[in-house]
Every structure is written in structure tokens, then in C-alpha cells.
Design a protein around this ligand. Structure first.
Ligand SMILES: [Ca+2]
Length: 292
């Protein structure tokens, strides 16, 4: 049961492709500090993604508001292979209780008005649509996003690259955002021993996650980067991270620079990105929570 001081949070996710969204949701479901009020899905088959969310939530007997958000993008140039591929994990039948995209704006408006935090771990289409509908950002919850890369010049990170226009709009809005860049996910990749902990988990949630991981690794056997859960761990365990503060912007015009994330240091800037993480402690924290 959530404790009295639990924070009301929304998760916006493209769960169903990579492994890390599932670990992020699993972690959130097992954190008494968080009350998962709403989950919105984004990018391509948002109803299929919602079915996966529902299956994992059912395993924990948690019933958040579930909204299948926007499947299209604001960008005219999302990654061709990402928009055409099938999800690597299929939860099965359609979700039983899921609202459609016509409810997405209202769900995000509620979170912006009343919640403590929003975790954005997919392309930023839903968030940008919310800003189009309601540009006033005077009141925003904390926003933590998995997005961007700042250590390698010229690297266009996946979530940004799949909706460059949406991401540019989100950063230009000027409200505070904490970013987990690509490098942090690679630093927290699960090794074979850590994957074995999930495979051997005996809880209902652990079994769903192990099934997801097994299906995923049939397609991509070597991938286990933990990009998305680090947004949640940064919220709960900020002492495990080092941050760089300033202004982030997204390049939208150049043919070869389209989707690059740019950063300018400024102690008064609204954005900060994690430049380092205590990877061992972060991963142990995540697995302890998920498997307990
Ligand atoms: Ca994701």
C-alpha cells in the first residue's frame, strides 16, 4: 500500500519496444514513495503499449488511469525503422480499461495541475501536445525525462530523434526538466548475473517482467541498457547522480544535425542532465525493489 506521503505521479511511456520501459514501470509499481495515478502511452501502437502497462499493473493489483496517447508524431522525419517495426513485446489482447487519445490532453492537464512529478520516457509527442493545448507553464510538476545525449557530439538520441519537433517545443517552453541522457543508460546496463535475478524472481510482477525480457532477448539478445528507470531513481535517490545545469535546445533545421541536443551551461538554467551515476548502487536499488 502507498504510504501517506506518497507522491502523485504520471508515467508517459513507449513501453513495448526496448526493455527499459518495462523495468521503469516495474520499479514505479514497487515504490511506496510513489502513487502511480496515470499512465499514458506514446508512439505507434499506443493501445498495444497500454495492454502491456495493464498486464504489469494487474500483477501488482494497481489500477492507474490508463490513456493510449498519440501514435503519430509532430516531426515529419521520425526514424523510418522505428515507425515501421512491430513491438518486440506483446502483452496479448487489447487493454480492458483504457481511454483513447481524445482523453490525453485532459489527463496531462490534470497531472500538470495537481501531480508532483511526470516521468517522460518515450518520444515527447504527448507532452508537446499538452503544451500546444495549454501553453501556460506557470504550474508544472517536476518533469524527469529520458532524452538526449551530451557527451558525444553529433549523437541523436532515439526519443528525441523520433519526434524532434515535439522535443524542441518541450525544451523551448522553459520549465524545469531533469534529463537522463543516453550515456547513463549504457552505464547501468544489466549484466548476465543481474538478468538472472529477474529470471528467477518468484513474484507475479517478476514473472511478467521475466517473460517480457525473454521475448525481447529473442530479438535483441545483447541489449539490457537501463535508460528509463534512471529517471525514477534520480527522483528517489538524487544523491546517486551528478548534474550539469543550463539550457537544452534541440536542433530542427539542419539535414545532418536534425535531432541533436545542444547544451549551454548556466547556473540559472531550467534544465539539467545527469553526467554521472553510481551505477552499481542504482541497479541494486532497482532490482531490490522490483524483486522484493
Ligand atoms: Ca522508453
Amino acid at each position: 500500500m502507498p504510504i501517506m506521503s506518497a507522491k502523485n505521479v504520471l508515467l508517459d511511456t513507449d513501453i513495448g519496444d526496448d526493455l527499459d520501459d518495462a523495468f521503469c514501470l516495474a520499479l514505479m509499481l514497487r515504490c511506496p514513495e510513489l502513487r502511480l495515478k496515470t499512465v499514458t502511452t506514446v508512439f505507434n501502437d499506443t493501445r498495444g503499449r497500454a495492454a502491456t502497462v495493464e498486464k504489469m499493473c494487474d500483477a501488482c493489483d494497481v489500477r492507474p488511469r490508463l490513456v493510449a496517447g498519440f501514435g503519430g508524431t509532430m516531426s515529419i522525419k521520425p526514424l523510418a525503422w522505428a515507425t515501421s517495426r512491430q513491438p518486440l513485446y506483446r502483452a496479448g489482447p487489447s487493454p480492458r480499461r483504457c481511454e483513447g487519445p481524445e482523453h490525453l490532453i485532459a489527463a496531462l492537464a490534470e497531472a500538470r495541475r495537481d501531480f508532483d512529478a511526470v516521468f517522460a520516457i518515450g518520444p515527447m509527442t504527448n507532452l508537446a501536445a499538452s503544451l500546444l493545448a495549454e501553453p501556460d507553464v506557470t504550474r508544472m510538476p517536476r518533469v524527469l525525462a529520458m532524452a538526449g545525449e551530451f557527451s558525444q557530439f553529433g549523437f541523436c538520441e532515439y526519443n528525441i530523434r523520433n519526434d524532434v519537433e515535439a522535443a524542441a517545443r518541450v525544451f523551448a517552453a522553459g520549465f524545469a526538466i531533469d534529463l537522463i541522457p543516453w550515456k547513463i543508460g549504457v552505464m547501468t546496463k544489466l549484466d548476465e548475473a543481474k538478468r538472472g535475478i529477474i529470471r528467477n524472481a518468484s513474484t507475479p510482477l517478476g514473472r511478467v517482467l521475466a517473460d517480457y525480457m525473454r521475448q525481447f532477448h529473442e530479438h535483441e539478445p545483447h541489449r539490457a541498457d537501463m535508460f528509463d528507470p534512471m529517471a525514477v531513481i534520480a527522483y528517489l535517490k538524487p544523491e546517486l547522480f551528478e548534474w550539469q545545469r543550463g539550457f537544452v535546445s534541440v536542433e530542427t533545421r539542419g539535414d545532418t544535425t536534425y535531432g541533436m541536443t545542444m547544451f549551454r551551461h548556466d547556473a540559472a538554467g531550467p534544465h539539467r542532465w545527469a553526467s554521472d551515476v553510481n551505477a552499481a548502487r542504482a541497479v541494486d536499488f532497482m532490482l531490490d525493489r522490483i524483486c522484493s
